[in-house]
Design a protein around this ligand. Structure first.
Ligand SMILES: [Zn+2]
Length: 270
């Protein structure tokens, strides 16, 4: 049995977004409005952010038991038995002017074959790819541990804030879908998709039980990037491109605000 000291959590939100992510430029609005009129965006677009406040809430370090039949063990390379893990909640609000529309995973997977989703046999459902990256980063060496999270389903989980869009008080996108079961994924403007700390994969393994090096005691950055930039591999689609030429799966008005990170303190876990 591992002994876990209580974790101290420094809720320091660092403004790193502008350093880490490029911005994208859309066509400029025509400058024909009369004096005093508020500028309107030329194109209504979604805009995803990571809620840094909810990232610091529900951060938990504890020992969990993994059984041989769990998908974490079957698919994610975690050995069965007890492991020290750090769990956390991720909330990704859409603060833009338009809904982010994904639709039915069956249509993307079987009809369009556009690479947005992959099928996860152990889970029995589709996993959205490239939705968010979870990293635990050593601030000295820069070494980055990956989280257990593999797949996402984007739906309206919680209202985040009023937006410019009317009729945004009720959730619109509520069904993940699975093979043969029609889904409707997306995030309405003013809503957030939330991945609660209790969900599968919402953790880092701290004791090396997933094949990564054990995380030594100390302070680390917990960094979340939503709709992260990626370099398309051969045969992989590049749906949207930012100013640096990097690919994103989803359209956004602003790719510079997609990163949040906090400082977390990892205790001795064995
Ligand atoms: Zn899954």
């Amino acid at each position: 049995m591992m002994k876990l000291q209580s974790a101290t959590i420094a809720l320091i939100t660092l403004s790193v977004a502008s350093v880490l992510a490029p911005s994208v430029t859309y066509p400029a609005a025509t400058n024909n409005r009369s004096a005093g009129e508020v500028a309107q965006p030329f194109v209504l677009m979604p805009d995803l952010i990571v809620d840094s406040r909810s990232l610091g809430q529900n951060l938990k370090i504890r020992t969990e038991k993994f059984t041989a039949s769990q998908c974490d063990v079957v698919e994610d390379g975690i050995s069965s038995g007890s492991h020290a893990v750090m769990r956390f909640t991720v909330s990704t609000p859409n603060v833009g002017d338009a809904a982010l529309q994904i639709g039915d995973p069956n249509y993307h997977y079987y009809t369009l074959n556009d690479g947005l989703f992959e099928f996860a046999p152990c889970h029995g459902h589709f996993h959205y790819r490239h939705y968010a990256t979870y990293e635990l980063i050593d601030p000295v060496s820069g070494y980055s541990w990956r989280a257990a999270k593999r797949g996402f389903c984007m739906i309206d989980v919680a209202q985040y804030q009023p937006s410019n869009v009317r009729n945004s008080s009720k959730p619109v996108y509520t069904v993940c879908g699975s093979p043969g079961v029609t889904g409707n994924q997306g995030i309405s403007a003013g809503f957030a998709d939330v991945y609660d700390w209790q969900l599968q994969g919402q953790y880092f393994v701290l004791d090396g039980g997933d094949g990564q090096p054990p995380v030594p005691p100390g302070n680390y950055f917990l960094r979340i990037t939503v709709n992260p930039p990626f370099v398309a591999q051969a045969g992989e689609n590049c749906p949207y491109t930012d100013t640096l030429g990097l690919c994103h799966q989803l359209p956004e008005s602003d790719y510079s605000n997609n990163v949040s990170q906090i400082v977390v303190s990892v205790p001795r876990t064995k």
